[in-house]
Design a protein around this ligand. Structure first.
Ligand code: SF4
Length: 311
């Protein structure tokens, strides 16, 4: 994955944000910077057709593109990011819609990527099909565009997309999931971008990844979650960084993560605190137990099928 840093993020790096530099600047790492092929089995195990990942019964993840405004160096999908191979043409979109229509148990579609808001025309075409599928009750859009390039949220194509989403309000509920990792990422422009999104009436939630030397400090995460909460963003998940080759430098010690989340639970309001989760290789986003319980072994957990997964 090549380095790609937006002017907005470059300014933050120039202004001295080490947290932003560590996330976006290419580093010379032994063994390379690319996570290996399909570490979570998205394509090899769960993808019936191009773009669709169907891992959980009632919901699908739809990769709308492999492109993003900036490239996060810790990205689990770094093997794909920036490539044109994830572009969806009309036939791909029609096939995805047909798959969803033929699985009426699916009520929830997560548009992901890459960054769906980076390809608003593709997403608008997907939406016009989803709104006619009666089983679909929820569409979630996972994005970092408000963080990478906040002014893009006010661009005509993104505004047209937000309007199109709003027009789908009678067919399904939309949630916007913003990926944000450090309080340095939330400034005046980002606040403005989030307010623009919220003005369309969509609930906004956040997703965060624990990243070593970026946000593995109590004060940093407390500052982040408070900023989000004050902005009307509900902190939803904080994930352990996926333990895949090429990303080791970002993975924090699990004991340290538990200490931080336990301390934050003691002093922060529940609504301002995300669930602390590990996305295991089998099926399941498994909550990590905090230090309020005696936990004998943090080296493994069980996935949704009861299979033991070594962490
Ligand atoms: S925005 Fe998301 S998909 Fe794109 S590089 Fe960053 S983490 Fe990966």
């Amino acid at each position: 994955m090549k380095e790609k840093v937006t002017p907005h993020l470059q300014r933050k790096i120039r202004d001295g944000s080490a947290a932003v530099a560590l996330q976006f600047r290419l580093q010379n790492v032994p063994g390379g910077n690319i996570a290996p092929n399909d570490p979570l089995g998205e394509e090899s195990l769960y993808s019936p057709i191009k773009g669709i990942v169907h891992k959980y019964q009632n919901r699908v993840l739809w990769k709308t593109t492999y492109r993003c405004a900036a490239h996060c160096q810790f990205c689990t999908r770094s093997r794909q990011i920036g490539s044109a191979e994830g572009d969806l043409d009309d036939a791909d979109i029609a096939a995805g819609l047909c798959y969803i229509r033929s699985h009426p148990e699916i009520d929830d579609v997560i548009l992901s990527g890459g960054d769906p808001l980076f390809v608003p025309q593709t997403v608008t075409r997907i939406l016009s099909g989803l709104r006619d599928i009666p089983s679909i009750q929820v569409v979630r859009i996972g994005t970092r565009l408000p963080i990478h390039s906040p002014k893009s949220i006010g661009s005509p194509p993104v505004k047209r997309l937000l309007k199109a989403l709003q027009a789908c309000g009678e067919s399904f509920q939309t949630y916007i999931l913003v990926h944000v990792n450090h309080p340095d990422e939330i400034d005046y422009d980002v606040t403005d971008a989030i307010r623009t999104i919220r003005a369309y009436g969509f609930p906004v939630l956040s997703q965060t990844v624990f990243l070593k030397n970026v946000n593995d400090e109590e004060e940093v995460l407390e500052g982040l979650f408070k900023k989000l909460y004050y902005l009307g963003i509900v902190p939803y998940y904080i994930y352990r960084c996926d333990r895949v080759a090429g990303l080791e430098r970002f993975v924090c010690d699990i004991g340290r993560e538990r200490e931080i989340m336990t301390a934050l639970h003691k002093r922060m309001s529940g609504i301002a605190l995300p669930s602390y989760i590990v996305d295991v290789e089998g099926t399941g986003k498994i909550p990590v137990p905090l230090d309020f319980w005696d936990v004998p072994d943090l080296g493994h957990c069980r996935d949704y099928n009861g299979i033991v997964i070594r962490l």
